[in-house]
Design a protein around this ligand. Structure first.
Ligand code: ADP
Ligand code: MG
Length: 330
């Protein structure tokens, strides 16, 4: 079975021609020298019907999710979003009304996040709807928050709450009938319309060491930080920030419980590490922005990510994230 990350390393990494801008294809963005002591941060994410959203999802939400998953990568690097390039591969039979609604979703988030579409491509295909977006942001030179800057002794932090989107996906698949309507629609919303942390990311510059967004699952994504930084990490299950709806989903036995929370994807929160001395500043920042920041664990010498209970006993170790080629969660 082909492994997504192995594929990138083996087939695409040689194409960087050794250019430092590519960061070895090992981070969320490329960093290109920009004007006046700044750098362009560039990222690209694709979404396909049946994989990242349901074909009958509201077109406005599909459009907005496409923008948001890309802005999430920029935010996690501390970059401010500027420009978008949009490629749309529409099925031949797409309805004009669907396209209007899709465009209105794009407009809404371009206004909200103050980004401009500056190019793209439009084709029709016999296959399912596929969308791809390139997002370009800006960051002061040398200030981008990389995956490779975690230090042993750092605290590990997570914005917002974890697991909502994974439970939301299960709700979308018809599970969770016993949940209240409020909880079910909260979780579904977290899956369909992520909230990229665009206000938080730039404010983490100078405070965070390593950072990335959680798109493929908390443990797996933390594993990327650990590998890039040549360290290990220990996460305390008790400290994971859970929404009331996620607690209800846990109590209702939805999915695989804790595994769904730590290995489920699509949360688009920021996972970062910071020196213990940054704790007061981060607590103040959290209050200032009204965004929860939870200290969930620490960076340790060695390698690998472990999830431990209150007494420090290992609950889970390993990768546990979404891999597009090995057909789901490992
Ligand atoms: P993310 O989940 O943050 O979008 P990915 O895990 O998809 O990041 O990608 C990891 C790295 O590999 C990124 O630097 C990305 O730009 C690069 N990458 C992924 N797919 C390709 C590809 N087909 N060609 C070149 N680079 C790629
Ligand atoms: Mg990312």
């Amino acid at each position: 079975m082909v492994d997504e990350f192995d594929l990138i390393k083996r087939l695409f990494a040689p194409l960087t021609m050794g250019r430092p801008e590519a960061l070895g294809l090992g981070d969320d963005v490329a960093l290109i020298p920009g004007p006046a002591g700044r750098q362009w941060a560039v990222t690209k994410d694709a979404m396909a019907a049946g994989v990242h959203f349901f074909p009958d999802d509201p077109p406005e939400l599909i459009a907005r999710k496409l923008i948001r998953v890309n802005l999430s990568d920029l935010a996690a690097k501390g970059a401010e979003p500027q420009f978008l390039l949009l490629a749309t591969c529409f099925p031949h039979d797409v309805e004009p009304d669907w396209l209007d609604r899709f465009a209105s979703g794009l407009k809404k988030d371009c206004d909200l996040f103050k980004v401009a579409v500056i190019g793209g491509d439009t084709i029709a295909t016999p296959g399912p709807l596929v969308l791809s977006l390139t997002a370009v942001g800006m960051v002061p030179e040398g200030a981008a928050l990389l995956r490779s800057s975690a230090c042993s002794g750092d605290h590990v932090w997570l914005s917002g709450t974890v697991g909502d989107a994974a439970f939301g996906l299960l709700v979308a698949q018809g599970e969770g009938k016993s949940l209240s309507e409020t909880d079910a629609s909260f979780l579904l919303d977290r899956y369909r319309l992520p909230q990229p942390r665009v206000a938080l990311g730039p404010r983490l510059r100078g405070l965070a060491h390593a950072s990335m967004d959680v798109s493929d699952g908390l443990l797996g994504d933390l594993g990327h930080i650990c590998r890039a930084s040549k360290v290990g990490a220990e996460i305390e299950a008790e400290r994971l920030p859970l929404s009331a709806a996620a607690r209800a989903a846990l109590a209702a036995g939805l999915g695989d419980g804790l595994t769904t929370i730590v290995a489920g994807g699509d949360d688009y929160e920021i996972l970062f590490t910071a020196a213990p001395a940054a704790e007061d500043d981060l607590t103040a920042l959290s209050a200032d922005l009204g965004i929860g920041l939870a200290r969930i664990g620490r960076i340790v010498p060695g390698e690998g990510v472990t999830l431990v209970d209150k007494e420090g006993r290992v609950i889970k170790s390993g990768r546990g994230s979404y891999n597009h080629f090995s057909g789901g969660r490992a």
